[in-house]
Design a protein around this ligand. Sequence first.
Ligand SMILES: Cc1cc2nc3c(=O)[nH]c(=O)nc-3n(C[C@H](O)[C@H](O)[C@H](O)COP(=O)(O)OP(=O)(O)OC[C@H]3O[C@@H](n4cnc5c(N)ncnc54)[C@H](O)[C@@H]3O)c2cc1C
Length: 413
Amino acid sequence: MDVAASFPRTRVEALARLREFLPVAPHYAAERNFALAGHPHVSRLSPAVRYRLVAEDEILTAVLAAHAFPAVEKFVQEVVWRTYWKGWLELRPGVWQDYGTQVARLRASAPQPILTRVAEVTSSRSGVAIMDRFVRELITTGYLHNHARMWFASYWIHVERLPWALGADFFLRHLLDADPASNTLSWRWVAGLQTKGKTYLVRRSNLEKYADPAWLQDTAGLDRLDDARVSAALVEDTADLSVVPLDQPPAQPEALSGRFGFWLHSDDLSIETSALADLKPTSCRAFLSGRMVETLGLSPLRETYLRGAMHDAVTRAAAHFGCPAEFELTETLPAAIAGWARQDRLTTVVAFAPLVGPLRDTLPAIRSALAAEGITLVLVRRPYDVALFPLARSGYFGFWEKAQASLKAAKRS
Ligand SMILES: Cc1cc2nc3c(=O)[nH]c(=O)nc-3n(C[C@H](O)[C@H](O)[C@H](O)COP(=O)(O)OP(=O)(O)OC[C@H]3O[C@@H](n4cnc5c(N)ncnc54)[C@H](O)[C@@H]3O)c2cc1C
């Protein structure tokens, strides 16, 4: 029987998880690749950091306060990978658009044998026991270890020869930490689209070295993953990789006058720990759109997680700002935001700038719904993101060199 892993659902739980992880952090480099029941060697912070119940720079500060840099360098590097992927996608939104187009086209018109195989693999009926196990874990817990994500994505693309975008869509619907940047770009990386000609191949010997031995007791289908049998599928890149000018909102809005409110959303649920902490909003509101949940096909587990995180965010906002703060389930986001702003007689709505992904896709409609009421939308961004996103112009290791310098400079100032 697997040991169940738990994931923080509130900021208090996220900070507690971070504290529990601190003694484990120096062993991370040596142990992190072992995918074991209960996931004892990794932080399990990703759902919390995805919605910023805790922010990346808070994690880095805590880990570096507890340990010397060389002892935790690998962990710091991994946290910074999240930032790299976010910056990379902000600079190339065409990649997100291409992913969405592919998913819609494949769902509507992929050949029937492909759709049938997708249905079998995503319902634990692939015949490869360890992959069926990963699917069960993903669906029942909303989490997979990083190595399991790599093995599964590689199996999907290079063994089953299924379209990568449908695999990424399956993950996006079920992962508690589902993130447009980390998910899309990791799937593209496994497919060989991120680093040209470099694919990630799942290998039986690697599974036998790093996977929990209990997971390999059932050897059904394992021979399909024999090292000599797995070869790279040729995947065509249809995305527009052009780099666009980066939109860089300020950390603080310029002088706010009149009644203003904070819109809290899933890209950052800790507004009270940001540069906005000293402002005095009239009210705060978080929304979950039923239409978005339905369009994206979010699993009940992921939807419940998101609701819990948003409840936590408004509870903290109410306590911190001493103003009314509510969570609202709604059908369409633009109409709901405009309705709240009208009802509370706001002249301005302030929010963190949504990142490339479903929320950013809705931004033009939100902006015009507010404009129709004569209300201004002001967007801000955390200084950490402002400093690091522009550095994601090329490969990770160049980014990492520059990111280290930027993080050290931020620590000195
Ligand atoms: C195919 C595939 C899909 C993925 N989809 C997602 C996704 O939708 N959302 C998501 O958050 N991560 C995704 N990842 C990255 C990674 O698997 C998870 O961030 C990590 O497993 C989360 O578990 P943890 O917090 O215990 O990680 P830890 O190992 O404890 O890492 C600490 C933190 O570092 C960051 N991190 C670690 N590994 C990576 C990585 N490879 N890429 C980017 N950031 C990383 C995360 O913020 C994580 O919380 C994906 C990886 C692959 C291969």
